[in-house]
Ligand binder design. Structure first.
Ligand SMILES: [Ca+2]
Ligand SMILES: [Ca+2]
Ligand SMILES: [Ca+2]
Length: 473
């Protein structure tokens, strides 16, 4: 073909992470010149000669002086040999570009200063050159460059950023109640994407996996238990690099106390003392219900809300919510979907006492949720207790004409109480107490209906007691 023999001679310096970060020294491939090529070329072909040089840590330290310390720790304690912590290195030349491009691969030989090797027998043309540093046969360092011209009779200079290819997986928080959760890991500059694998076994014999193009990935698991997780970098030239060190996460049921029935429901609090958000709960397994008790007063407003579909990442549980009475047997209010599939109940309470909020999953869904409680105190709520409704134990007389006095009512919880006959307010006279009210029958001048319906009521903020009273003509 008339071309002189030549190829690409490559020299690779591997520096520590800090240098890559600051750009003070990007590991480089340097053409050494034709005359230094260690192998002769067949007629009409070229070659790529590679020398992988790994500077010792002291050299790197000097070069990094005065720059950031980011990444420094990663190299501390590594063995100080010419090959660093790498077991081996390989180089590949892919090309010349075109439909018949093929891959030429060479195992680099360890030398006193790093690794070296030659890819020979290359047609002149444009090549992509990839260099991989291996640990246990897995790609731990990686770099590539394209457009490397193998020109007959000449060597071509090229440079490659030879960078760490093993991600670091951030330790996930554990234990968790989420069946869907995110993991994060370090960015690999030479990667196009990442594959995150998980398994219930630390040997990763039966992995599930998810691909991500960012440094975060969402995992979904179907059961509680311990999951081992690892992440690998992916690129066009390296399908899967050396996986990160594995981390694990324990997926568990409720980390916050929750009951399964009225007898085990934890008391969230009384009145505004119940205002709280409880986290780290879940509906699991299918059919699980969680019970919470709240003490409140008549006319208090209560707001209960679940947070599941709006979590990040969103939970798969489609919550429903019930508010039940003290026995747990009577549903006072319920809600399935108020905000998306999340649930919300807001109501004014009918009486003093204990209420139960119950969370479950619609349509057999399971997953993490949070729940919030808010009580707005009404007039019966003193802040520390409820004003009890009046009770009437006796009253006399039971029938009397308009304007008659005294009518004596005995009972309890009469403090600040109001007395009405047929809805018309009657006076509370001298001699009244918390257990006795002395009053008089209203007249039509007081607004009494000409045909009164016979109700005598004593009421306060906590409720009322009512008896019959016949008003005579
Ligand atoms: Ca639960
Ligand atoms: Ca439960
Ligand atoms: Ca719902």
């Amino acid at each position: 073909m008339g071309h002189a023999d030549c190829g690409i001679t490559i020299r690779i310096l591997r520096a520590r992470d800090v240098i890559f970060v600051t750009g003070a020294l990007v590991t480089s491939l340097v053409a050494l010149g034709c005359q230094e090529s260690p192998a002769p070329f067949a007629p009409g072909s070229g070659g790529i000669s590679l020398q992988l040089v790994i500077p010792d840590d002291q050299t790197v330290d000097n070069q990094a002086a005065g720059t950031t310390s980011v990444g420094q720790a990663a190299w501390l304690g590594e063995q100080r040999t010419s090959r660093g912590h790498l077991d081996a290195a390989i180089a590949r030349a892919i090309g010349p570009e075109g439909p018949s491009a093929r891959e030429h691969k060479v195992d680099l030989t360890e030398t006193s200063s790093g690794f070296t090797g030659t890819i020979s027998g290359l047609q002149p043309g444009s090549y992509t050159v990839a260099v991989e540093g291996l640990v246990s046969g897995e790609v731990d360092y990686f770099g590539s460059t394209s457009g490397v011209e193998v020109t007959a009779g000449k060597n071509t200079a090229a440079s490659i950023s030879f960078l760490p290819y093993q991600p670091v997986l951030d330790p996930p928080s554990s234990p968790i109640t989420a069946l869907r959760f995110a993991v994060t890991y370090s960015r690999i500059l030479n990667a196009d994407s990442y594959i995150v694998e998980w398994d219930t076994s630390a040997t990763f014999g039966d992995v599930r996996s998810v691909s991500s193009t960012s440094t975060t990935a969402e995992l979904t698991v179907a059961d509680t238990g311990r999951y081992f997780i690892r992440v690998s970098a992916v690129s066009v030239l390296v399908e899967s690099g050396r996986p990160s060190e594995a981390q694990f996460v324990d997926v568990v049921t409720d980390l916050t106390s929750s009951g399964d029935d009225p007898s085990t429901a934890p008391l969230v609090g009384f009145g505004t003392g119940a205002n709280d958000s409880l986290t780290a709960l879940n509906v699991f397994p299918i059919g699980d219900t969680d019970w919470f008790a709240i003490d409140a007063c008549r006319s208090d407003t209560i707001t209960v809300e679940t947070l599941a579909g709006r979590l990040t990442p969103p939970s798969d549980v489609d919550t429903y919510l019930e508010l039940r009475d003290v026995t747990g047997g009577t549903v006072i209010d319920s809600n399935d979907d108020a905000i998306g599939t999340d649930s919300r109940i807001e109501m004014e309470l009918p009486s003093n006492g204990r209420y139960h909020a119950i969370v479950g999953g619609s349509a057999n869904t399971v997953g993490r949720y949070d729940i919030s409680f808010e009580v707005g105190p009404g007039p019966a709520n003193t802040g520390s207790q409820c004003i009890e409704a009046p009770a009437i134990t006796n009253y006399s007389p039971r029938r009397a004409p308009r304007g008659f006095s005294p009518v004596t009512i005995d009972g309890m919880n009469f403090t600040d109480a109001e007395v009405t006959f047929d809805g018309v307010v009657a006076p509370v006279l001298a001699g009244s107490s918390d257990t006795r009210i002395i009053t008089s029958v209203p007249t039509e001048e007081d607004g009494l209906n000409p045909n009164p319906d016979g109700r005598l009521r004593v009421s306060n903020a906590g409720g009322y007691a009512e008896v019959s009273f016949e008003i005579q003509p």
